[in-house]
Design a protein around this ligand. Sequence first.
Ligand SMILES: [Zn+2]
Length: 377
Amino acid sequence: MKFTIHHIDNQTSARTGEIITDHGFIATPVFMPIGTRGTVKAVNTSELKAIDARIILGNTYHLYLKPGHELIGRAGGLHEFMNWHDTLLTDSGGFQVFSLAKLNKVDDDGVEFQSHIDGSKHFFTPESSMEIQQHLGADIIMAFDQCPAGQSDYQTVEIAVERTTKWMKRCSAYLNENKGIHDWGQNVFPIVQGNVYEELRQKSAEELIPFATCGMAIGGLAVGEEKSAMFETIEKMDELLPKDQPRYLMGVGRPTDLVRSVKRGVDMFDCVLPTRNARNGQLFTSAGIVNISNEQHKEEFIPVDEHCSCDLCKNHTRAYLRHLMNVNEILGHRLASLHNLTYYMNLMETIRREITAGTFDNWSHNFLKSMLEQKGM
Ligand SMILES: [Zn+2]
């Protein structure tokens, strides 16, 4: 994997660049749609290609439970299994274990948990997370980390930071000793923890930088902390992380969060918001949020967003989408998901264009001024 920076903004920490993996190239800053269980919900891979998605995510915890990483390995890896031949990223399973499963025991060795599906018992270690991700075969894989809740006290977070470093060492040792089962390159990103505690962020970054060869992730944010504290932490990370590697801010977020984080030097994002909110009838548009279930849209025979060129906006009205969602038709979910993903892809393209043109600071100021007033943006 190779990362090249193309433009660095004069006024902010924003930059454009390009990541090249064995499966393709990705213009940064980039938003990565989430394909939790081997599909971006309600959207197929040719539709993702059509909106110029170049990298999507798979979730290790879910794919390990169903259909199983060994089966996916036998299918030729997740690329082949889901017919996605561009770049893939898988998380380590850690975040889902801590947020979805019933935890039985967490110690330095690993995490014993019960499946949220059937209560069956499992044990994740740094080594098993690497082994599972080698079967899945994503181009970018994540180190196994411990992500404490947003309001955790200092001591809890300190333990998680220290454990995350110990686990990083074990991930790295496992990858050095075990080649994996596919014949393309897999690149591991360490995940910096520390919640909003500056000292712990610094400690975590310093301990993990020696393991960073191709990129680093900022974990442990957007987990319930104050938004202002989140941005202060991202700013701190901008000073601490290597400039010549992509920075991946995990699980963030809203369109305004993306713009504010790009300003602070972030290159990669993922979040379930565009697809999850689409299924709940919340649409992101150039004029702000449209909640399609609202009565006011009942007889609006106009597009959701007249500036959008997706199938929904080109071919259908707000009234029609509202009806589809009201009667729970699958097409409503599909059209809304594609629209929101199109919005996110277009937003990232605009961000890259503005950085390249040297006008990002001014553009982002205007964008945030108009959008921050709107709840949900
Ligand atoms: Zn649209």
